[in-house]
Design a protein around this ligand. Structure first.
Ligand code: ATP
Ligand code: MG
Length: 418
């Protein structure tokens, strides 16, 4: 079964609204029916474009989901164009009209003639009332293709897709003798591994798992490996996924930090909590972003008592016990100072770990040895302190975000070793 989506609305072509409806449908259809949407088209509120694209889609698809343009305003052209494409007149649906009148009465409003337009559907269409809104959904055949016309308002769209469209598509599949394929997804999230290296490590598994689709997604500074396993039943797909995941894990090693919805701060928090450990922070160029990240997960106070933002050199000395001579000798953006900051805050706040950041986030700063974008992150623990130098490319916001991530990741790796 070939399915496509068609979204209408000038706002989708002028940068005002992103087409999230198609994305939702793509996800649902894939998860529930194992079908991939072949193409998604977006057109503006232009009659000739709408009619032309409906003809084109009718010729190549078994089913099309159309969203938007069913409202009462003059730019809502979908029903009219559908009727033209099918060569039928628009007719008033009695049940759609009754639904409209009832909705308006509930809100104490009178029905205006343009509202009444929403009860007009192409002759021969199946009308499905919309409990979340006033415009009905309708189903119309153009040639051999079924068109599902659904309002564009995301809440109404989701409601009708889940309750009305997906069951009809499932029935269509069954009628064609196509068994739905169940797909289950696992995202393996890595850090510090370029996409090409990730690909090289995983490639040997591809031939072994024809039932699994391996995909890569860059979510800078992270890279995610997407495993999509297919099966006739959910149990079959899950078993295959578990097997593929078990083989991927050792290939990713310590670069793998989490799965699916997990975030780096959550993973770090959880690891500290499980081990009964704590961390404190002292931040220069990140200005509190590491602390903000550590306090994002609920219950963070168990593992994170707090930290200091030491933007001025004097505060690095005052709050993190960094000797002024060390700063004079190496400058504030140096491994030595980062390490001293981390060790100092750890001592001052009596935590298991101390984390520090210092660097040139821009737009100015830097020197010949450490150009703009150079940052040092450090993590101290009992008897040992480690630091890493990074050179991040990009604007201030990006450098600060990447530094925060690097600090958390160094903490994660250091914690894993203990
Ligand atoms: P209405 O009765 O509200 O006019 P409609 O069926 O005519 O409903 P549109 O006018 O096209 O739908 O869109 C209604 C609202 O839904 C708009 O605010 C629009 O931004 C939003 N919307 C429309 N299409 C999409 C889409 N593909 N993705 C996300 N939002 C959308
Ligand atoms: Mg509208």
């Amino acid at each position: 079964v070939r399915i496509e989506t068609l979204c209408t609305g000038d706002e989708l072509l002028t940068g005002l609204t992103a087409d999230t409806n198609s994305r939702l449908f793509q996800t649902l259809v894939l998860e529930r029916l194992g079908l991939t949407v072949r193409r998604s088209t977006v057109v503006g509120d232009v009659r000739e474009d709408l009619i032309e694209v409906m003809h084109t889609l009718a010729a190549r698809c078994d089913a099309v989901l159309v969203s938007g343009g069913l409202g009462p305003t003059t730019d809502d052209l979908t029903a009219e164009c559908a009727a033209t494409a099918a060569g039928v007149p628009l007719v008033e649906s009695a049940e759609a009209l009754a639904h409209l009148i009832a909705r308006f009465a509930r809100r104490g409003l009178e029905l205006t003639p343009n509202n009444r337009r929403q009860a007009l559907v192409p002759q021969g269409a199946e009308v499905v009332l919309n409990q979340e809104g006033s415009a009905p959904m309708f189903v119309l055949r153009l040639g051999a293709c079924r068109f599902f016309f659904v309002p564009g308002v995301p809440r109404e769209y989701r409601h009708l897709v889940e309750l009305q469209v997906l069951p009809r598509l499932a029935a269509l599949l069954a009628q064609r003798g196509e068994t739905p394929v169940v797909r289950v997804l696992r995202l393996l999230k890595t850090v510090g591994l370029p996409e090409s290296h990730l690909d090289a490590r995983i490639r040997p598994l591809l031939a072994k798992y024809p039932g699994v689709t391996f995909g890569y997604r860059t979510h800078a500074p992270e890279n995610h490996l997407k495993l999509l396993a297919h099966g006739a039943t959910e149990a079959e797909a899950r078993a295959l996924l578990a097997q593929a995941e078990a083989e991927c894990r050792p290939l990713l090693g310590a670069h793998l930090f989490g799965v699916d919805q997990e975030t780096l701060p959550e993973v770090v928090n959880q690891a500290l909590r499980t081990a009964g450990q704590t961390v404190s922070t002292v931040e220069s160029c990140t200005g509190g972003l590491v602390g903000a990240a550590l306090t994002t997960p609920a219950g963070a106070s168990d593992v994170y008592p707090g930290g200091a933002i030491t933007y001025a050199s004097a505060l690095k000395t005052q709050l993190a016990q960094v000797p002024p001579e060390l700063i004079a000798q190496h400058t504030v953006v140096s491994a030595q100072v980062a390490e001293a900051m981390a060790a100092g805050i750890r001592r001052a706040l009596h935590t298991t770990f101390g984390v520090a950041t210092t660097g040139y986030a821009g737009p100015t700063g830097g020197d010949a040895v450490n150009p703009l974008g150079t940052v040092f992150v450090a993590v101290a623990r009992e008897g040992r302190v480690v630091s890493e130098r990074h050179l991040f490319i990009g604007d201030r916001e990006r450098v600060r975000a990447f530094t925060t991530h690097a600090a958390l990741d160094l903490l994660r790796r250091t914690q894993l070793e203990t």
